[in-house]
Design a protein around this ligand. Structure first.
Ligand SMILES: [Cu+2]
Length: 84
């Protein structure tokens, strides 16, 4: 299981965009996203860095969940332009 914290994940569109990006990398991936904690769990054979690359290519900033809690960027504008 690969876990990421994606701080710029802010709405259902973000969830769909990240899901699509990971599915494009690995169609067999099993993806669970918790918007409230901005946590993305992925069950995939791919390298952790490859999945992180797919997430950042979609326009998001993945951090590894266990580390970087304090260094994570604060939430910016949503993909759809709304702000929290
Ligand atoms: Cu969004």
């Amino acid at each position: 299981m690969l876990s990421y914290r994606v701080d710029d994940l802010s709405c259902g569109h973000c969830v769909q965009a990240v899901t699509a990006a990971i599915k494009a990398l690995d169609p067999a991936a099993d993806i669970a996203i918790d918007l409230a904690s901005k946590r993305v769990d992925v069950r995939s054979d791919r390298e952790q860095s490859a999945v992180a690359g797919a997430i950042s290519k979609a326009g998001y900033t993945p951090a590894f969940y266990e580390q970087d809690e304090a260094a994570a960027p604060s939430s910016g504008p949503c993909c759809c332009g709304s702000r929290r």
